[in-house]
Design a binder for this molecule. Structure first.
Ligand code: PMP
Ligand code: GLN
Length: 380
């Protein structure tokens, strides 16, 4: 067996969801909403499944979805994308990330990774033969700092993988941090793989800035998005990749042998959904921000130290000297609430005091979880 995968544990999301089921817990671990997703988008998918074409769609994605992606990112982020040469549809952001990593890295190439990092990045980089160079971002601000970047980049750097907004810290890299990083990408001639699946889930009037829009980055950035996050339909696994034509040609070569294509009815529905008016996106953010405030206020009320949450479905607490894994295991067994230990997102073991909760839930679910957590707090 290949040791990269043979030596890995089951992902923290699967582990916590399984423990949650075993203990009849409320699952605030793995990030998925209670909300069934927009009726109209699901209706388009159902109709396309029933009445539409269900054979292989084109390898690059349905023309309607590629056009919708280009239009969407023009309208929301000011990007000019050619739907024919700069947009490809993938089976989730995960496939887009895997394809880009396999397409771009040769054994021995260095890859700059920011921890906390989404759990898929490191195994994929290692399987491709890349050498990870970590930049550790520390709570509570998770800032990108010049010194750390200077230590991580070298003449062997081929790729840098950035997640913005960042899961699990729920922070957003703004223009200043992005231009600092862009400077390093230019200086070391590195490609940036930018995982922007949380781009629409951003609160308090903040605006998402795509790394691709920064000076010098248009030709060297691969931007990744996900319909799962845009429409609160995490099981759909419809992703989009955007890149300049030269990069896209290489990405397409990897994609053709990974999944080749993605279910056409879900592509039709994503194309429809991307065209929804601003009210949908504003409403989605407002609803999630209300849920964030409900959970954060409740957790503070129980005496927990709550970190700010500027984006994503997540809010974290600082548990001080306690160990996050032990804390989460106790929480699920004794209190019936599943959460995620944030140390799972760190490779170097530097942060063990944060626990992540998903707030993309109904008020009733959040209140019930808080009530269960209060039993913990008062007994402790
Ligand atoms: N990247 C990040 C940062 C994520 O949080 C997630 C899932 N929540 C993904 C990628 C995976 O996206 P998809 O389900 O579209 O593969
Ligand atoms: N991205 C989701 C999260 O952070 C989980 C995805 C998964 O289960 N692989 O919770």
């Amino acid at each position: 067996m290949n040791p990269v995968f043979a030596d890995l544990p089951v992902t923290v999301f699967e582990t916590m969801s399984r423990l949650g089921r075993e203990h009849g817990a409320i699952n605030l671990g793995q990030g998925f909403p209670d909300d069934p997703g927009p009726d109209d988008v699901r209706e388009v998918a159902a109709k396309a499944l029933r009445d539409g074409y269900n054979q292989y769609p084109p390898m690059m994605g349905l023309p309607s979805l590629r056009a919708a992606v280009a239009e969407h990112y023009g309208r929301h982020q000011g990007l000019e994308l050619d739907p024919d040469t700069e947009v490809m549809v993938t089976s989730g952001a995960t496939e887009a990330l895997a394809g880009a990593i396999f397409a771009l890295i040769e054994p021995g190439d260095e890859v700059v990774l920011f921890e906390p990092m989404y759990d898929a990045y490191l195994p994929l980089v290692r399987r491709a033969g890349g050498i990870p160079r970590f930049v550790t971002l520390k709570p509570p601000y998770f800032r990108l700092e010049d010194e750390a970047l200077a230590a991580a980049f070298s003449d062997r750097t081929r790729l840098v993988i950035l997640n913005n907004p960042l899961n699990p810290s729920a922070t957003v890299f703004g223009e200043a941090a992005l231009s600092l990083l862009a400077g390093y990408c230019e200086r070391f001639d590195a490609v940036a793989l930018c995982d922007e699946v949380w781009e629409h889930v951003i609160f308090d009037g903040a605006r998402h800035v795509p790394l691709m829009a920064l000076p010098g980055m248009r030709e060297r950035t691969i931007k990744v998005g996900s319909a799962g996050k845009i429409f609160s339909l995490t099981g759909w696994k419809v992703g989009f990749v955007m890149a300049a034509p030269e990069l896209m040609r290489v990405l397409a070569r990897a994609h053709q042998f990974l999944t080749f294509t993605t279910p056409p009815n879900l592509q039709e529905a994503a194309a429809y959904g991307l065209g929804k008016n601003d009210a949908y996106f504003t409403g989605m953010r407002a609803g999630l921000a209300r849920s964030r405030d409900r959970l954060a206020t409740g957790l503070s009320g129980l005496g927990f130290t709550v970190l700010p949450s500027a984006a994503t479905y997540f809010v974290s607490i600082d548990i001080g000297a306690a160990d996050d894994v032990a804390f989460c295991e106790r929480l699920v067994r004794e209190n019936g609430v599943a959460a995620i230990p944030v140390s799972a997102f760190y490779e170097t073991g530097r942060v063990k005091n944060l626990v992540r909760f998903c707030f993309a839930k109904t008020d009733a679910t959040l209140d019930a979880a808080l009530e269960r957590l209060s039993r913990q707090a008062s007994a402790a």
